[in-house]
Unconditional design. Structure first.
Length: 51
């Protein structure tokens, strides 16, 4: 999914998602100059934020 889609699911901004990726808190892969994030990585990040 895109950073925008992940942001919507996480209740945060697109910029916040990109910051989490750059800080290594959210795993994503870069495809054609855009980040792609798996649903499982979003769920892991959501669980870590709740803890």
């Amino acid at each position: 999914m895109s950073t925008g889609q992940a942001a919507e699911l996480l209740g945060m901004t697109d910029r916040g998602v990109r910051l989490a990726i750059s800080e290594g808190r959210l795993e994503a892969e870069k495809v054609a100059d855009r980040y792609r994030i798996s649903r499982s990585n979003v769920e892991h990040y959501r669980a870590a934020r709740a803890a």
